[in-house]
Design a protein around this ligand. Sequence first.
Ligand code: 6V0
Length: 302
Amino acid sequence: MASTSSSIAIIGAGSVGAAIAHSLLLRRVVGDILLVDVDQERCRAQVLDLSDASYLSHVRVKQGSYAEASQADIVIITAGAKQNPGETRLDLIDRNHKILKSILESMAPLRADGILLLVANPVDALTHFAQQLSGLPRNQVIGSGTLLDSLRLRAKLAEKLKVADIAVNAYVLGEHGDSQFIAWSAATVSGAPLSSLLHLSDEDRTAIATSTKTKAYDIIELKGFTSFGISAATTSICEAIIYDQRQILPLSHWQEQLQCCLSLPVILGRSGVISTINLSLNENESKLILKSAESLREVITK
Ligand code: 6V0
């Protein structure tokens, strides 16, 4: 059932923004979805197209202003340049920092209990900049982070184990990008250590980590963008917030000890990040999180 009094604004009505709106609409997460884009015609076209799907759920979808968007329960930022084939997510930083700044200035002040959810890339750096610029407490400003990477990993492991994805509890941590890594030591299947159910050689692990990391590049090479996976992941994040579910999800958030935003599992509810879950990582994984943080700090302090 839709939480009919709640609303979600999506800034950026491109491939990702429209796919998120479609998924939110079909899942009836909220009663109202608002789309905002500098390209008014594209935005109008997406709203008209989405309105043809809304008979399934009676969710209202409309084109809105920044002032209206600032009052939504959740504001999702997908506006920005996307990777061209061969570009990394970090290559987008200057362009998307400027766009983010202008959007946040146009929306100021944001609703005091609103949640700002960054999806545009490079998502960890943009989450950090949004925390600096939005005026909201840090726990209310989060990035989709490695949730999508973790879902890709779980699907891969579930296929090998011949079990449902949902039975696999495994995380990709760190940057949503090239310095991400898999927390193999913390991976479980319905409570049992993954290693007790599935033997993976070092080569197998490397192959799984590489395919998880490069899947987005493969899709971009073939169709120019990715949209369905991120829309499903973003919808799960929105459900956890709107329904105060206290789901545990790997999301980009501020880490005081690491002085940057990156993904570790958090408890997520209506007030945003409630707390970080401290996984017991092995020595190598602990080094990898420091390395990922180091590369992210370099980007945000440039
Ligand atoms: P797209 O289809 O080019 O859409 C981007 C939209 O942003 C366009 O409609 C633009 O008009 C709009 N836009 C640009 N500037 C502004 C502005 N100032 N205000 C409002 N709207 C603006 O790109 P696509 O939707 O494919 O990707 C959007 C972003 O999502 C990119 O940065 C991707 O890299 C990122 N993704 C992030 C993922 C993740 O896992 N976090 C996954 C997929 C894509």
